[in-house]
Write a protein that binds this ligand. Structure first.
Ligand code: B3K
Ligand code: ZN
Length: 880
């Protein structure tokens, strides 16, 4: 395979030679083979003068072509050409109908793209390029057609037949089969097409829109899970209401459907009027979903619903513009979740996600801009940069414009481009139109990759009573982009005075200001400052950058205690913890005795015993140690096992020195009350389980009993799993027996419930004591399957990402296992094998102890014949 010949460039974008105005599809779903008859109304695109009609080139993949007809004429096989995933035909008219019959084998399709079966249910996944696995088509997002879809299938096996839009016809056929026809009046690209056929039950409800239309809401699932749809249904209604209130967006069809599917490559898909969800992101009750799963369900239901406008009604011109819909929609779902839950906690979680995944992406071989300029396989670009950094870019725009103008800009964008396929520039242009702002420099965020660093230096002049803040920005090089131009960086800040009060920082006396840094250097001058202040920088994480400022530990402690910006209290705690854990890491690296700064215990104790109105959810974020990935992201030649030991030492230290408080708070919050996944209760449970996790680090017999009690007696999965996790993580000898019997019992209880078995697998695979041998046993379990992505993620994904101790074992057994697995999986499902590669791609950041083994695996995979283009792209970039 050759990387340059496969590369697709944004600069080469051209409109298609033909449009498809209308698409009629008939699916004859037969036990073995499915026949698809597609009739397309093709119309010449007269965007440029032509002398002869261009060739019509349709995309297809792994299709068996049965026949091609133009208008009423069947073509002989000399009248078309079928080569290299394309069907080529020379038209003789400017517009015509073409009818193509293809044959598929959905039951053999393990890629889970195009049409496939999950537990006997037919379903589809077409984004980004799955439609070409169904029929030959102009499978690109700027070709938008009106679709009519007919499904024919056996009535007993497939009583439910669904597609996009409204049901316009259905009938029973004489041979035990039945048929249903769906019509979607809104023109759409092929990636939003979907069908589902199967034995499903439906949870039904309705929503009345602001213009008083009734929309029927239906969630379909396998019959065993029908009781687990309530939470998602409520979340959907909240999302519909929220989009009307915050963006003025009303739903457009008379019916909105969601289907839960067990075998699904990602979280969910926003097909028009027929969202398809990974069962793990939609189903749940108190016994089968944890608090964080309920929050994830709410956010994904919102996300897919919001796509109806940001993505479906206004879509992307080409896949380079993916963040146009994804970044914007993540911003919308984050705002929705912040409104539904504790907003600071939501922001902390979003920032944590960005910093652990996206910042790392920027440090590695796959670093790319929010609007990439080239790719080999678009599936590799559904990244945290496109999604989460894209959302940060929209968030900055919303702050630069302010809420009213931002809303006006969005309204204009939706009105101006309704029914069109557009670019990120079009979105920014709408904001420029309403605000009269020139956002040309801001747009560098779209095309320059990398995480900018702002270095701040404070200079206090007592005689003048002036505080100067010198700011300098730079952005480290990323592949193909060595030098970067300065970004527009909104920096929200305040100054904490000597009396721990915020000082006025604007002429009108406000204690917070937002500075738009546009040049590489910037000096802020604050006058009448009577003593040296402590700057509270990047409040609410006002831009996706790294802010460097050498705070003393005492200054951080003041910010943690007295900053009025809750986000920055957490941020200062993270800075303090990072600095302490890094210090321990250095001790371990240089064989010194570990010494943990005593100020940490004093601070924790002070915060934990403060008698103020505590927000438990926030406290549990405040006392959470920085993630392992974040801690490792800036350490050169990272020694994984030493960093792991350093983090663990700090945890153990805090557990031991504060044991009385962890127990006291645990007892305070440990009450059995009816379970509701509402923000306040979630916060209490979350802090209680933070206490439990510190208690478990004591490694005492008593702690083991406590975890067991919680696991056995809880009335909800959050607490059961926290207890189980406690048992699993404990190194106390009693824990190992208990853990075994508990896992055995839960295996029996949960064996028929797919989502529960995912947790059962992943708690074990993530544990540092679970060696590879046990992973291989888990993979032989009846509930495990290499063809089910949730199972792959919960066993193999958890082992390779979370269980850093075992995966990075110095004998390289973890790497050899991943090599083996990727080679097996790549021919089954390339999306999954490519996703599993990520722990290896950053090999250059690690100590030589690890580097060689990781690099070897990448080289061995690359040397294999027939690896997927997905895997090829990632490895060839990692090795270059
Ligand atoms: N748009 C889909 C993601 C499709 C991924 C294709 N490989 C879900 C979402 O972001 O809403
Ligand atoms: Zn999305």
């Amino acid at each position: 395979m050759d990387a340059t010949s496969k590369m697709i460039y944004l600069k080469d974008y051209q409109q298609p030679a033909y449009w498809i105005k209308k698409t009629d599809l008939v699916f004859d779903l037969n036990q073995k083979h499915t026949q698809v008859t597609s009739t397309l109304h093709i119309v010449l695109n007269e965007f440029k003068p032509i002398t002869t009609l261009p060739v019509l080139i349709l995309d297809g993949k792994d299709l068996i072509l049965k026949s091609v007809r133009i208008n009423h004429e069947i073509l002989s096989d000399t009248e078309y050409e079928e080569i290299a995933d394309k069907l080529k035909i020379q038209p003789t008219e400017k517009q015509f109908y073409i009818t193509i019959v293809t044959e598929l084998a959905p039951h053999e399709n393990t890629t889970l793209e195009g049409l496939y079966q999950s537990n006997g249910i037919y379903c589809t996944q077409c984004e980004a390029e799955g439609f070409r696995r169904i029929t030959y088509y102009l499978d690109r997002p700027d070709v938008m057609a009106v679709f009519t879809t007919t499904l024919i299938a056996n009535q007993t096996q497939y009583p439910i037949l669904l597609s996009n839009g409204n049901l316009v016809d259905s009938a029973t056929l004489p041979d035990g089969r039945h048929t249903a026809t769906w019509e979607d009046p809104f023109p759409k690209p092929s990636y939003l097409f979907a069908i589902v056929a199967g034995n499903l039950m439906c949870h039904e409800d309705a929503f009345i829109t602001k213009s008083k239309r009734t929309v029927l809401l239906k969630i379909f699932t396998e019959p065993a899970y029908i009781k687990e749809c309530d939470y998602a249904m409520d979340a959907l209604k909240r999302a519909m209401q929220w989009d009307e209130e915050k963006y003025g967006r009303e739903y457009d069809l008379d019916i909105f459907m969601i289907v839960a599917i067990d075998a699904f490559n990602m979280g969910a898909m926003e097909n028009k009027g027929l969202n398809i969800f990974n069962a793990s992101c939609i189903l749940g009750d108190s016994n089968t979903a944890t608090d964080s799963v309920f929050q994830r369900i709410e956010s994904i239901v919102g996300h897919e619903y919001f796509h109806n406008w940001s993505g479906n009604r206004v879509t992307c011109r080409d896949w380079f513009q993916l963040s146009l819909k994804e970044g914007f929609t993540v911003f919308r779902d984050q705002s929705f979740s912040a409104d539904m839950n504790a907003s600071t906690v939501q922001r902390i979680q979003d920032v944590n996600q960005l910093r652990t995944v996206q910042f790392l992406e920027d440090l590695g071989p796959m670093a790319h801009p929010v609007r990439p300029e080239k790719f080999i396989e678009i599936s590799n670009f559904y990244t945290s940069t496109i999604y989460e950094k894209g959302a940060e870019v929209i968030r900055m725009l919303s702050h630069i414009l302010g809420p009213d103008l931002f809303r006006k800009g969005c309204d204009l964008y939706f009105d101006r481009h309704d029914g069109e396929a557009v670019t990120c520039d079009d979105f920014v242009a709408a904001l420029e139109s309403v605000s009269q702002l020139d956002l040309i420099q801001f747009k560098r965020w779209y095309w320059q990759a990398g995480t900018p660093v702002v270095q701040g230096i404070g200079e206090y002049d007592k005689s003048e009573a002036v505080y100067r803040l010198h700011l300098k920005q730079y952005c480290p090089p990323t592949p193909g982009q060595i030098d970067k131009l300065p970004f527009v960086i909104p920096i929200k800040l305040g100054l904490l005075g000597a009396d721990n009060q915020l000082l006025p920082v604007t002429e009108s006396g406000e204690t917070e200001t937002v500075v738009l840094m546009k040049k590489s250097q910037h000096v802020l001058i604050f006058e009448n400052i009577s003593s040296k202040p402590i700057p509270s920088l990047m409040r609410d994480f006002s831009a996706p950058i790294t802010m460097r400022f050498s705070y003393t530990r005492a200054e951080l402690i003041s910010l943690i205690q007295y900053d009025t910006n809750e986000f920055n209290r957490w941020e200062s705690m993270q800075r303090l913890l990072v600095s302490i854990i890094h210090e321990i890491y250095e001790h371990i690296q240089s064989n010194q005795t570990i010494q943990i700064d005593a100020q940490l215990e004093v601070l924790f104790r002070a915060l934990l015993t403060q008698d103020n109105h505590l927000n438990w959810a926030f406290l549990s974020e405040l006392f959470a140690l920085p993630t392992f990935t974040y801690l490792g992201s800036n350490l050169p030649a990272l020694h994984i096992h030493h960093l792991y030991a350093a983090r663990k030492a700090v945890k153990q230290h805090l557990a031991t020195t504060l044991v009385d408080i962890w127990y006291e708070k645990y007892q305070l919050l440990n009450k059995i009350t009816p379970y509701y996944p509402i923000a306040e209760d979630i916060g209490e449970r979350s802090f209680k389980n933070t206490c439990l996790s510190y208690i478990m680090a004591l490694q005492s017999e008593e702690s083991v009993q406590l975890a067991k009690q919680q696991c056995v007696h809880s009335n909800n999965l959050t607490d059961t799993l926290a207890g189980l996790n406690g048992l699993i993580q404990s190194e106390h000898p009693t824990a190992s027996v208990m853990r075994q019997s508990m896992l055995c019992e839960l295996n029996t209880q949960w064996s028929n419930q797919s989502n529960l078995m995912n947790y059962w697998f992943s708690v074990q695979a993530s544990d540092e004591k679970t060696a590879l041998k046990h992973i291989l046993e888990l993979m032989k379990h009846d509930a495990f399957s290499l063809t089910n992505p949730n199972k792959v993620r919960s066993v193999i994904g958890s082992f390779c990402r979370t269980n850093v101790v075992q995966f990075h074992a110095l004998d390289r057994s973890g790497y050899a296992f991943l090599l083996d697995t990727i080679l097996k999986l790549d021919s089954i499902n390339p999306r999954m094998s490519a996703a599993l590669l990520s722990p290896l791609t950053q090999w250059k950041r690690y100590d030589a102890l690890y580097q060689v083994g990781m690099k070897n695996v990448l080289e061995q995979i690359l040397a294999e014949k027939n690896i997927s283009v997905d895997v090829f792209e990632i490895i060839s970039k990692s090795l270059s």
